[in-house]
Design a protein around this ligand. Sequence first.
Ligand code: XLS
Ligand code: NI
Ligand code: NI
Length: 438
Amino acid sequence: MMTSFYSRKDPIRYEGPSSSSELAYRWYNPDQNVMGKSMRDHLRFAVAYWHTLCWPGGDPFGGDTFQRQWHHMADEMAAARMKADIMFETLVMLDVDFFCFHDLDIAPEGKSLKEFNANVTEIAKIFEKKMAATNKKLLWGTANMFSNRRFMAGAATNPDPDVFAYCAAQVKHCLDVTKDLDGANYVMWGGREGYETLLNTNIGHELEQAKRFLSMVVEYKHKIGFKGPILLEPKPQEPTKHQYDYDVATCYAMIASLGLQNDVKLNVEQNHAILAGHTFEHEIALASALGVFGSIDINRGDYQSGWDTDQFAMNIPEMSLAFLEILKAGGFTTGGLNFDAKIRRQSIDPDDLLHAHVGSIDACARGLLIAAKILEDGKLGKIVDDRYGKWNEPKNQAMLKGKETLDSIAARVHAEGLEPQPKSGRQERLENLINSYI
Ligand code: XLS
Ligand code: NI
Ligand code: NI
């Protein structure tokens, strides 16, 4: 490595629960087998470029607290190369296999899209070499179509067709680059795809634009032979007051209306789930039930603030419930756990980034281990199976499989004098059971 941003030189390793080191994994043991797969393959961690290297620690009341060298360099491409060095130093230090980026995270915009694309390509070439040398991989790439003022009224859903066209050109290049880097997925988060006021908005028109745009991205993915799925990332609000990709259910409606369930999956984020008024595990379970579970942006929202605070996920009981749904969904295929999380603005030491990732990696590992215990033990699963058990009886299967009609069922109900008998949902008993594994 060319840089040494952090105070230590040697990569962080698994030392077990009794380790006294602050920078060691206590639970994340990459090679440990959990339900037939290594923890490394279960978790597929990724470091996020934007929070780790681009965010300067600002908030609405004050600016740069981190004072990173690359934010204050006149030569923007030199700064971009320095960030690339530090990204790979971070991945090696953490023993994390993947990273994720927006085009704008990795390279400066320049004066035109042509210049921007060239800058992105130049940095991607550097990635290519570093990836080969360190055996690191790209979980996903995405285009930033929300920061520049041209996107203030939306990207693909902008009232101005020139912005729509510009976005097509930007995504085309970003998808090309993601493919060249062998990215496992390509993400589309609708940062400003939404509206501030209905007084100036034609929702129907904007949704048509969003659909056509998504269809074109899928068409292009096939044209160039990009193998991974396109992932939509639901979020209900922020930056716009109302975003079209509100939650899993809303995104699914859009995907299904286009018949794109095979090509488009979802990237579910904890903080976005709770902003939408759902639990994280609800969003994962629903995506899985609808056949569109793809990947996860792992972070933690603040339950009081109503804002995307993007804290590192640390709550082990909550993580256990999330991992229970991830495992029930069959785990990740192309997806993984992207740390869409940032340190607090007072955490100004470079090493704070390591502590944040290490703590959250361990919390994920514990969530995975607890969820695996719950599944392997089978008690919870059996209770749920029993709850639906009567559906296995032939007469009930017949209702489900379309072999009965409303009137044929009505006739049977009257003939049998059917009277449903309520049964306890046993919620508290089940909550106690979950706590017994934690
Ligand atoms: C913002 C989103 C963003 C996406 C990538 O809230 O989480 O970071 O993950 O554009
Ligand atoms: Ni995200
Ligand atoms: Ni977010």
